[in-house]
Ligand binder design. Structure first.
Ligand SMILES: *Cc1c(COP(=O)(O)O)cnc(C)c1O
Length: 391
């Protein structure tokens, strides 16, 4: 199957179908509480899994970097935007993940565009899990390679007759919270002579020894997974991204990845915040331990209440699958009434009939915060069941 860019619906049709989305207006960062549209709520919405976004230490590092190196990088990395701060973060990332080399990007979206377009082009094949993040799908479309999407149960089957083969997968799928079978993907890549890219946006800082990520958590290294994309906007609480891996592949991405070449380098304050965040990930294992305890607590209580959780979701993303988009919106609004902020995610972000509440847990939630959310969800479920019984 070869995909085209998603069609652009008419805005009036989109609105009539109830699909028009809006951006909730958020106040200052004070996790786990959040002010949304003027109302203070307990937030279960963010990817700040370790509570580092509001930590004063990355903020102080960012402020110092702004004073010494400027608020902006002033140029593309190849034209002088790559500072000594950038260089030392690349070295620290390579060391932390046990890889040859790292290369910074202004965003994870741009990192995925660069890696895929540097390694695949017309006549090549890019194999992707059906649930992959939009940035990987868009990258394959931009590359001009043949995009092949596989079901998790089938896996990729690269064809030896094609010049270059690339397999791409999220490590932790951003909506279902499920974890990819990375060692199976590594075997398929090896057998098919394909390169393998794992996007660990949601596992970096959370999974594996010292938060080194999902690939390390599965006991794998650079020989199995030559390229990993990590992002700094989630567990590190900052922004930006890097691709880490085998030196010769990273060099290709530096030379041919246009979304790295033709954009201003990652801003120095974000480089400094990400560097400090990376240190804190290693120095403060209690954050990962508290996060895991919250995940266990949520799963136990949500399952005990009979809520439709995802069995395979092992980490901080704990969706409640409600099926219908309107139902997900209603539950989300009812949670606001109870004092909680949990966004509803609807098609086309998730497949039709798989609309969900995207609960995401953090190290800074207390056990009572988690129990309170479960109790509110259970109340909403009972009220709904009571209402339909009366119809
Ligand atoms: C968030 C995310 C990205 C994009 O990263 P940004 O730094 O926010 O651009 C890429 N891949 C996955 C799986 C993500 O969840």
């Amino acid at each position: 199957m070869n995909l085209r860019l998603p069609s652009r619906p008419d805005l009036a049709d989109w609105t009539a179908a109830g699909l028009r989305r809006r951006r909730p207006l958020r106040g200052a960062c004070m996790p786990p509480r959040v002010r949304i549209d003027g109302r203070e709520l307990l937030g279960f919405h963010s990817n700040d899994y370790l509570g580092l976004a509001a930590d004063p230490r990355p903020a102080a590092a960012a402020a110092a970097a702004a004073r010494t190196h400027g608020c902006g990088a002033t140029a593309s990395a190849l034209l002088g935007g790559h500072t000594d701060l950038h260089e030392s973060l690349e070295l620290a990332l390579a060391r932390h993940l046990g890889r040859d080399r790292a290369l910074l990007f202004a965003a994870g979206y741009l990192a995925n565009l660069a890696v895929v377009t540097a390694l695949a082009g017309p006549g090549d094949e890019v194999w992707q899990d059906r649930e992959n993040h939009a940035s990987l799908i868009d990258a394959a479309l931009l590359s001009g390679a043949r995009l092949r999407r596989y079901r998790r149960s089938d896996g990729p089957r690269p064809s030896p007759s094609v010049a270059a083969r690339l397999i791409c997968s999220d490590a932790v799928f951003s909506m279902s919270g499920e974890v990819a079978p990375i060692s199976t993907l590594a075997d398929r890549a090896r057998e098919g002579g394909a390169a393998l890219l794992i996007d660990d946006a949601h596992g970096f800082g959370v999974n594996g020894p010292l938060g080194a990520g999902t690939v390390a958590a599965q006991g794998l290294g650079q020989a199995d997974v030559p390229l990993v994309v990590v992002t700094f906007g989630k567990a590190l609480g900052a922004g930006g991204a890097a691709v880490v891996g085998a030196a010769e592949l990273i060099e290709r991405v530096l030379q041919f990845g246009r979304s790295g070449t033709y954009t201003t380098a990652l801003a120095p304050p974000l480089v400094a915040a990400a560097s400090t965040g990376l240190d804190l990930v290693a120095l403060e294992p209690w954050r990962r331990e508290r996060l895991q305890a919250n995940v266990r607590r949520f799963r136990e209580q949500a399952t005990a209440c009979g809520l439709p959780t995802v069995e395979e979701a092992e980490g901080p993303i704990q969706p409640i699958v409600l099926g219908d988009g309107q139902r997900a919106l209603t539950w989300s609004q009812r949670l606001v009434d109870e004092g909680f902020f949990v966004p509803a995610v609807r098609p086309p972000t998730v497949p039709r009939g798989r609309a969900l509440l995207r609960v995401s847990l953090s190290a800074v939630h207390t056990p009572d915060d988690v129990s309170g959310l479960c109790a509110a969800l259970a109340l909403i479920a009972r009220t709904e069941a009571g209402a339909s019984a009366r119809v």
